[in-house]
Design a protein around this ligand. Structure first.
Ligand SMILES: Cc1cc2nc3c(=O)[nH]c(=O)nc-3n(C[C@H](O)[C@H](O)[C@H](O)COP(=O)(O)OP(=O)(O)OC[C@H]3O[C@@H](n4cnc5c(N)ncnc54)[C@H](O)[C@@H]3O)c2cc1C
Length: 409
């Protein structure tokens, strides 16, 4: 039954991919968000497919979702990112940690086509995320948010936002980092005072996706919109980051899907294109390249599947941190190389825009940066291997050096 269901998800995604592929260049060139594709995703119930059935979703696993993401990423990276963020990351944190009221509020918005935005990064807090300066100070039954977030995917088009901030009590004492759900939907007249979309970045790839800077100036958020974490606010960031492991699996799967799409195109082209009186496929130099491309896509897929499946048995309900970090690290780097090699096989044609490879190359480049850079993922993997508690704080690194020194002494 499960296998049948999984196949259905994949088959459904393959059908949709046929619809999405012809317009992928359009979203890239016009830098427009693909609202049209989202309508098809909503109809197919893939927006919010991982939301539990009692809240209107399909209750699909992250593994099911990864199958969908791979197929869609082969056709349109932008649309695949929307599928990731409508099922993993922000919404999965709300469904895991939210109150019944928060879930009841957020689920229908996602099911109707929203891709929530996760707001963590700030101008002075990128990899060192816990150095964020955005504050949420308690005032009666509200929190008052102040700060700036940048590189927020979907900023300006997303309706739901999960904003991370340092939570302060009424006296300004810090209680840890918390996540606040904030709803913004100007088309429906929902424009919270003190929530400004300051500007949109001009990006190299994934051009249809807004990456925006958001500014919060005395933004009032009711206390009922703070995600209540079972471990208490002080460990809030660590717990919220558990949910992020699902997004990492999603991001890695997009990268792998783009690479798999590039590999498919390269295979066809090598058989078709002739030089020196022979198909390119007969040149051993290219045969070895394509074998390596296949091996790296296959290895990425296996690692990502392992990470996605780990959620089904993990105590948190999210993918294992080590598996997710390792898979995203490997898949993102491998995908950049694979797409680059595919482009090379097309010669000048690959460099021009009559083939999608130049777009795929620009799109895939971001996956070693967004959602945890390759360096930070390596640090996390190494920390686990070496049994060191690596944290993304300045103090964490100081502590580690001390720990290592102590161990050596
Ligand atoms: C397309 C895109 C979408 C994004 N979407 C979102 C989003 O929706 N929400 C959100 O909150 N953020 C988002 N981000 C931000 C992303 O999470 C950050 O870019 C990332 O965490 C890195 O931060 P930074 O860019 O400030 O780089 P920095 O932290 O300044 O790092 C610069 C370089 O130094 C390296 N480096 C830093 N610290 C170390 C270390 N300790 N050891 C070794 N190397 C190190 C990094 O790996 C990197 O190569 C997005 C970014 C991109 C590009």
């Amino acid at each position: 039954m499960l296998a049948e269901q999984v196949n259905l998800y994949r088959e459904l995604a393959k059908e949709l991919a046929k619809e999405f592929a012809p317009k992928a260049a359009h979203w890239d060139q016009t830098r427009r968000y693909c609202h049209e594709n989202i309508k098809s995703l909503v109809k197919a119930r893939l927006m919010g497919m991982t939301i539990p059935k009692e809240y209107g979703g399909l209750g699909a696993s992250f593994y099911d979702c990864a199958l969908v993401i791979e197929e869609i990423a082969k056709a349109c990276t932008l649309t695949a990112r929307i599928v990731v963020e409508a099922n993993m990351g922000g919404i999965s944190a709300v469904m895991a940690y939210g109150t019944h009221e928060q879930k009841t509020f957020c689920a229908p918005i996602v099911l109707a086509g929203d891709k929530p935005a996760i707001c963590i990064t700030e101008p002075d807090a990128g990899s060192a995320a816990t150095e964020m300066q955005t504050t949420a100070r308690k005032s009666g039954n509200k929190y008052i948010l102040n700060g700036t977030k940048h590189w927020i995917t979907g900023g300006g088009v997303s309706k739901l936002h999960l904003i991370f901030a340092r939570v302060l009590d009424e006296n300004g004492n810090e209680e840890g980092i918390g996540g606040f759900i904030v709803h913004r939907d100007p088309e429906q007249g929902i424009e919270p005072k003190g929530f400004d979309v300051v500007r949109r970045e001009r990006t190299m790839g994934l051009c249809g996706m807004p990456e925006a800077e958001l500014k919060f100036s005395n933004l009032e958020v009711g206390e009922e919109w703070l995600l209540q974490l079972s471990t208490g606010l002080k460990r809030g960031f660590a717990q919220l980051m558990e949910a992020y492991n699902s997004q990492r699996v999603g991001a890695g799967t997009i990268a792998m899907g783009v690479a798999a799409g590039a590999l498919d195109r390269a295979k066809e082209y090598l058989k078709k294109r002739e030089q020196f009186g022979r198909p390119l496929a007969e040149f051993q130099g290219l045969q070895w390249m394509i074998a390596d491309m296949d091996a790296s896509v296959h290895a990425s897929r296996l690692m990502l599947k392992e990470a996605a499946k780990s959620a089904q048995t993990s105590p948190t309900g999210f993918p294992d941190m080590m598996m997710a970090a390792r898979a995203k690290l490997f898949a993102s780097e491998a995908a950049i190389k694979t797409v680059n090699d595919a482009l090379q096989m097309f010669g000048a044609r690959g460099y021009g825009d009559q083939e999608p490879l130049e777009r795929m190359y620009r799109d895939v480049r971001m996956f070693t940066i967004g959602g945890g850079t390759a360096q930070i993922l390596r640090t996390q993997v190494a920390g686990k291997l070496l049994d060191m508690k690596v944290s993304q704080t300045r103090d964490g690194y100081v502590e580690e050096s001390f720990h290592v020194k102590a161990a050596k002494a």
